[in-house]
Design a protein around this ligand. Structure first.
Ligand code: G6P
Length: 367
């Protein structure tokens, strides 16, 4: 079938706007409202096997790695199982310790990224168990894993991943709830998260509907040679993904940092020429985040703050981008959507080839 961008100027734009429907697809039939859990048949793991998992190691490259970091936090928050993400490209070169009680999770839109595939093979060679979060059905990684969660995002053409990343986050959320529910996550908390997941596709749509306003902000950011993206804990992988998108399609230098680490180095670079995009969800870190942003403002650094309604920024001079509130654990994906729009509109303003940024490929299938 012919797949084209239709009325959109790029596949990236089309794929961003498809996110509400794609998100609805990945959760469809996989939420158990009655028991407040995920219903992920493709994992090939029964409750006892899920219960025996002592650690989760997530492997992916590029945006798949950043969403893996978001996923690790979800799993630690909801299941209280130690979890971390690592670039798949690094993993096999450090003679990794593969432990039979660890669940390995490979994340890949294409299912063909060579570094991720070889990492999967290294785990399996050492007797580890791997599941895949993969979009392309029947791809190399999908064939190699012990089970998994298909992302059902539909075809993704633009190099900058949007809907596959969003669906990976939702897949992680369902996995985290399911892992949590065989442990100490209560049925009430499980139901709370299931309801949050159900509300999410429409909330993504609401953010996308605010595109025109964000375009003006993006055009201003596009004028800067260098930018910071900052966030903490759940907000940090969001900042990393935001910086990644911005640099890959606008060709501006964009660096992600933990807001808490600004004072340990990057503050030296803050000036009226260096804007910061700050992720400030309405969570337990809000006051500390706001205090750090005042340090930026005091040095004349322009600020764009991605936050929730009602967050008190203490008179900070900044542009505010508001996303809808959901359950705190699910905030990262809603905070990510405006960053996609900022990167896209910056690149559009600068006249770049949005779908095929220079020097980059959609999937890297050779080492
Ligand atoms: C390339 C693309 C990135 C993508 C990464 C992983 O580097 O430019 O946008 O995130 O590969 O791709 P995958 O298909 O494994 O998710």
């Amino acid at each position: 079938d012919a797949y084209d961008a239709g009325e959109h100027d790029s596949f990236m734009h089309k794929e961003m706007l498809e996110q509400p429907t794609a998100a609805a697809r990945v959760i469809s039939g996989r939420l158990d409202e009655r028991f407040g859990t995920g219903h992920l048949g493709g994992l090939n793991l029964d409750a006892r096997e899920l219960r025996a998992i002592r650690r989760v190691k997530i492997l992916g490259c590029g945006s798949a790695y950043y969403v893996g970091q978001m996923g690790a936090t979800l799993i630690e928050d909801l299941a209280r199982v130690p979890a971390d993400a690592e670039p798949a490209s690094e993993f096999r070169y450090r003679n990794p310790i593969v432990d039979p009680d660890t669940l390995y999770v490979a994340v890949s839109q294409s299912g063909e990224t060579i570094d991720t595939l070889l990492a999967v093979q290294e785990v399996r060679r050492k007797g580890g168990r791997v599941i895949g979060l993969v979009n392309v059905v029947g791809s190399a990684i999908a064939r190699e894993v012990d089970g998994g969660i298909y992302l059902h995002a539909g075809p993704e053409v633009a190099v900058a991943s949007t809907k596959a990343l969003t669906n990976s986050f939702l897949a992680f959320a369902m996995l985290a709830v399911q892992l949590g529910r065989v442990r100490d996550l209560s049925i009430a908390d499980g139901r709370r998260l299931i309801a949050g997941l159900q509300a999410l596709p429409d909330q993504v749509g609401k953010i996308l509907a605010g595109e025109d306003e964000l375009a003006t902000t993006a055009q201003r950011l596009a004028e800067a040679e260098s930018l910071f993206f900052v966030g903490r804990v759940r907000g940090f992988p969001v900042a990393r993904e935001g910086a990644q998108k911005f640099k890959e399609i606008s060709y501006r230098h964009a660096e992600a940092y933990q807001t808490s680490e600004l004072k340990h180095g990057p503050l030296a670079l803050i000036s009226p020429e260096v804007p910061t995009v700050a992720i400030v969800p309405d969570d337990e870190l809000v006051e500390r985040n706001v205090a750090a942003l005042h340090e930026i403002a005091a040095r004349g650094g322009p600020l764009v703050v991605v936050t929730h309604e009602g967050v008190d920024l203490g008179g900070l001079s900044c542009e505010r981008i508001v996303v809808p509130a959901n359950e705190r654990e699910l905030d990262p994906i809603l905070l990510t959507i405006p960053l996609q729009l900022l990167a896209y509109h910056a690149a559009l303003h600068l006249g770049h080839d949005i779908d095929k940024p220079r020097n980059l490929a959609k999937s890297v299938t050779v080492e």
